[in-house]
Write a protein that binds this ligand. Structure first.
Ligand SMILES: Nc1ncnc2c1ncn2[C@@H]1O[C@H](COP(=O)(O)OP(=O)(O)OP(=O)(O)O)[C@@H](O)[C@H]1O
Ligand SMILES: [Mg+2]
Length: 311
């Protein structure tokens, strides 16, 4: 990829919220600058907590659309039938309870970005409609006749492997091709551990200021442990630990907790599999019982359910 002169200037601007110095993060920042003003559909993939929304917002912030709206829709949080009216709006009387007309998120995003989060969870029936809207670049509100044209940049995110979903028939291949002109994959934190020290400092600074502990310094002694840990919850998990350390300062407890979770996986573990995730979840449940957070009976039920699911 050709070097981009804008990179340095934007590092201090819209890209500064993407903290990290790993080759993967550097490549993602360059890619953002390459595609920011192209309107090419982007799909951002990666495990939960890796920073997909952070990247989506940086794409928006680096583009000319930053003067327009950024509208986020979580496709997994809204039931299928409601999702359609949420996206495309409805006219008065379109269905029982539609007492007045309401514009959908596509209309609200006009001139800006629509960020379709958890796109892998969109029901197949709605996938067909979305494809049609992307092809025709116009749609009608539910119960409406008028064709509405909007100018939106579609950015999507998923923690699914969409190629696999296409193979298994749960995601439309034609929609996948249309959405994924540009693919940005964010690797899990355990595969870019060089970002950990920067992230620790960054969150220590942010939460130090927020919680009135601006002299808080991330302790070196924990850094070694953080570098070894496999971070199943990725950057979000690290952020939560730092936040907790700033507020509670319970270094020993955090140290013990991380050691307990790491032990199951082996400290040098760098690869990740379903088996690892299974072991982690069991150990998490047991730790909760140990700490008296959850009743033993409940923990037993959860562990049995996990074992059944994995056998
Ligand atoms: N590179 C990064 N630099 C700074 N903060 C980050 C970075 N990556 C993630 N974060 C922070 O970690 C948290 C999780 O990030 P985000 O919500 O973007 O993840 P996600 O991939 O969208 O997760 P999910 O799949 O659960 O929705 C946020 O608070 C975000 O600000
Ligand atoms: Mg997200």
């Amino acid at each position: 990829m050709a070097a981009i002169p804008k990179l340095k200037e934007k590092q201090e601007g819209p890209l500064r919220n993407i903290v990290g110095c790993s080759p993967a993060i550097e490549r993602i920042k360059e890619l953002i600058l390459h595609v920011a003003d192209t309107d090419l559909n982007v799909v951002i993939s990666g495990e939960s907590g890796v920073g997909k929304e952070v990247v989506a917002r940086a794409l928006y912030a680096c583009s000319h659309r930053q003067r327009g709206p950024f509208v986020k829709v979580n496709c997994a949080a809204i039931p299928g039938d409601l999702l359609e009216s949420e996206l495309f709006g409805y006219e008065k009387g379109a269905f029982t309870g539609a007492e007045r007309a309401k514009p959908g998120k596509f209309e609200l995003a006009n001139g800006g970005v629509i960020f379709l989060d958890e796109i892998g969870d969109m029901p197949l029936s709605l996938q067909a409609k979305l494809l049609q809207v992307l092809q025709d670049q116009e749609f009608c509100r539910l119960g409406g006749q008028r064709e509405i044209k909007v100018d939106v940049w579609v950015i999507t995110a998923t923690n699914h492997n969409l190629e696999k979903d296409v193979e298994e028939g749960t995601f439309r291949q034609d929609l996948f091709y249309r959405l994924s002109v540009i693919k940005i994959h964010i690797p899990p934190l355990r595969e870019r551990k060089e970002d950990i020290p920067l992230l620790c400092d960054y969150f220590a600074r942010i939460y130090g200021l927020k919680y009135g502990k601006s002299d808080f310094k991330f302790p070196d002694r924990l850094l070694g442990l953080f570098l070894k840990y496999h971070w199943p919850g990725n950057v979000r998990e690290l952020e939560n630990y730092v936040k907790r350390l700033v507020v509670l300062g319970d270094f020993e407890e955090v140290e013990r907790e991380i050691l307990r979770f790491s032990k199951v996986l082996g400290e040098e573990e760098t690869t990740y599999s379903e088996r690892d995730e299974f072991a982690r979840r069991i150990s998490l449940e047991l730790a909760r019982a140990e700490q008296g957070q959850v009743a033993l009976k409940e923990v037993k039920k959860r562990v049995v359910a996990l074992v059944e699911k994995n056998s």
